[in-house]
Structures are given as C-alpha cells and as structure tokens.
Ligand binder design. Structure first.
Ligand SMILES: *Cc1c(COP(=O)(O)O)cnc(C)c1O
Length: 367
C-alpha cells in the first residue's frame, strides 16, 4: 500500500507551512504564567483592540448566524468602493488579505509561470506560488532594506504574472515612495499584475497613491486589511481594489461565503470609527519613538520603521526571543528569513512596550 504522502501533490508535500507568531495560551502553558500576564508582540496586531462599535456590530450579527452571510459582501464592498472612489465591481474581499493573495495565485499562476517578490517580504507569497506549482523569484532588498524596484523590473520575463510590492514591507518596515513607484509603473510590462500589499499603510507618515494606478487602468491590485490598524485580525477581513476583470477572477476563484457574517458587520462598523483608528495609529507612532530611543541608548542597530513593528539587531535573535519569552513577552524570531541576529517587535500599548523593553534589557544585559 502506498503512503498518503506519495499520493499527494509533490509541490504541496514539499511546502513549508507558514509559521505564525507564538500563541498566548501555548506560552502560558509552557512557562506556567497566567495568560493575562503575557504580552504578545509577535504578529503585528493592534494592542488597543478593536473598535467598540465593531464589537457591538459583531455581537448583534452573531444572533443571526444561523443564516449564511451575503456571499457578495454587498454592503461592505459598496462602502469600500465609496471610500476609495472606485466602482463596486472593482472591489473584492477575502478572509484576510491572505486569502486574496492566495486567490491571486489561483487566478494568475500555473506551472511555468512566475511570481516575483523581495527577499524580505511576506512569506505567504512564496507559499501560494509553490502551491500553484509556479516559480517564485525573490529579489534581494537594497542596502537600506527597501525593495529594489529596478532589480524587480530586471527579473521580469514573459512568464511573469505577479509582482508583489509590500509597502511598507514586513518584516523590515521600510517603504518605497511615489517617485520610485511612478518610475516602476511606467516601465512594467502589461502582462504583469502588480500587487501592492498595503497591510501597514495606515502607520506610514507619507502614503504614496497607488489607487491612482488602478484608476488609470493599470493591471494593479491594491490589497488592504482590517487585521492591523483596524484591530480585527481575529475576524479575518481584507480587501482588494483593482480592475473589474481582476476582481471578477478573484470572485470566481473564492469559496462562496469567504467572509463570514460577523466579519462583514465588524469591518463595516470599524470603517465608521475613524477616531478609534486614529488613536491606534497615534499609539504606534509614540511607541515607535520609545523603541528607537531605547535602542539608540543601548547602542543597538534597528531599521527605521514605517509600520507597527520594528526590526532590531540584538546579536543572537533566538536567544533574545527565548529570554523574553521566559519573562512572558512573546516576540517574533527571524530565523525563517535567515536574519539570525535580529528580532521583530510589534509596537503595543505604552505599558506593553515598557514590559518588552524591560525584558529585552534583561535578555541583552542592558541597564
Ligand atoms: C499581516 C499582513 C497581511 C494581512 O494579513 P490578513 O490575512 O489580512 O490578516 C498581508 N500582508 C502582509 C505583508 C502582512 O504582514
């Protein structure tokens, strides 16, 4: 009898599963600390929490959860279209922007086709590319850790279908700006779909306009999410703004009710609570400065960040991770990226940041 793995698609069998941040409950069990005392700064969630209006809307929606949600997410997509001034048929929503990334792979990748991303960007791009048995080409970042857009252009071949530009990028926190993006867009050939993954755009001081490329008719997908600044990571909602033909492909490739009833209601309510959004962004901007000041005082290198996380050069990343974990602070190790000297810290509330800096100070022997 053959083993199950010998029956599997080889490309799926050989995949390395996405490694998320370490969960709080698991850490609580391992170190014997109550879950409430553990600080998780590992997955770039919003420590301020969701908008109370979103919570209320989800609770209300929960009472009607015996009925399937609106499969077309009509109300949410209508509001999103209005917000960014495009038509309804230029929108698509997903169970997080992660699902939209997978749907883009379904829509455009196949054996022999290629996707391109930067070395230091979201690991999911390579997973969904390999899932489709397509080729993944990773382009080195520049010396300042930002995307090398010219290098990415040079990597394009007739088989290239998707280019992912994570802006600002995860896990390093750098950005590319308008002038560079305009030059890139004027040189990119028409058979390439350019995907701007803007999961962290709310935290950037300067926000390049990529929606204009969609409005000008380019083959561009702008991806945004409710998981970061909006504080709805657990609800799973992301959206795409793109050409109607591309949105149509994404809608064909998705499962029928991909964004659940409560998530649709929560996202819609979160959009209206602009004060809550602004407070969360302000918390991050203040926290960013707190870490930068501490790292400067400690003489530690870090990458100046446009996001709600910061990458710090701590010497031995896994040692720092372990020592902080023992103190109930979960950070994100960078081993999957081969950045063994680094650790990534999500910026949390002021008290979480203090806890984290205390834990790091102990771990690194800093006063
Ligand atoms: C967090 C993140 C996302 C969004 O993930 P969701 O599936 O929407 O939760 C997308 N891209 C990048 C680069 C991210 O870091």
């Amino acid at each position: 009898m053959s083993s199950i793995t010998s029956l599997a698609n080889l490309n799926v069998y050989e995949l390395v599963a996405y490694r998320p941040g370490k969960p709080i409950e698991e850490t609580a069990r391992e170190i014997g600390m109550p879950a409430e005392q553990i600080v998780k700064l590992a997955s770039n969630e919003n420590s301020m929490g969701p908008s109370p209006r979103a919570v209320e809307a989800m609770a209300k929606a929960a009472a009607g959860v015996h009925i399937y949600p609106d499969g077309s997410s009509f109300a949410l997509r209508t509001r999103l279209a209005e917000m960014v001034d495009v038509s309804f048929d230029q929108t698509a929503v997903g169970s997080g922007s992660s699902e939209l990334i997978e749907l883009l792979a379904h829509a455009f990748l196949a054996p022999g086709k290629t996707s391109i991303a930067a070395d230091y960007s979201f690991t999911l791009y390579s997973i969904v590319t390999k899932l489709m048995n397509a080729n993944y080409v990773s382009v080195p970042n520049k010396a300042d850790w930002s995307h090398d857009l010219q290098g990415m252009l040079n990597a394009i071949t007739p088989e290239t279908r998707l280019v992912f530009i994570t802006n600002p990028t995860n896990p390093v926190g750098t950005m590319v700006f308008q002038e560079e993006l305009d030059a890139f867009m004027s040189a990119v050939p028409e058979h390439v779909i350019v995907v701007f993954d803007e999961a962290y755009i709310d935290f950037a001081d300067e926000k390049p306009d990529t929606l204009k490329y969609v409005k000008e008719g380019h083959n561009v997908v702008v991806l945004r999410t409710f998981s970061k600044a909006y504080g709805l990571a657990g609800a799973r909602v992301g959206f795409a703004i793109t050409q109607p033909e591309i949105a149509d492909l994404l809608n064909k490739a998705r499962s029928p009710f991909n964004v659940n009833l409560m998530a649709q209601a929560g996202a819609l309510a979160a959009l209206e609570d602009t004060d809550h959004l602004a407070r969360g962004v302000e918390m991050v901007k203040q926290g960013r400065k707190m870490y930068e000041d501490a790292f400067k005082a400690w003489g530690i290198d870090y990458v100046p960040s446009h996001t709600n996380f910061i990458l710090a050069k701590v010497g031995n990343g896994s040692d720092c991770f372990r020592k902080c974990l023992q103190q109930g602070v979960i950070l994100r190790g960078m081993d999957p990226y081969g950045l063994k000297e680094y650790i990534r810290i999500t910026i949390g509330t002021e008290s979480e940041n203090k806890r984290c800096l205390e834990a790091m100070a102990k771990a690194l022997g800093k006063a």
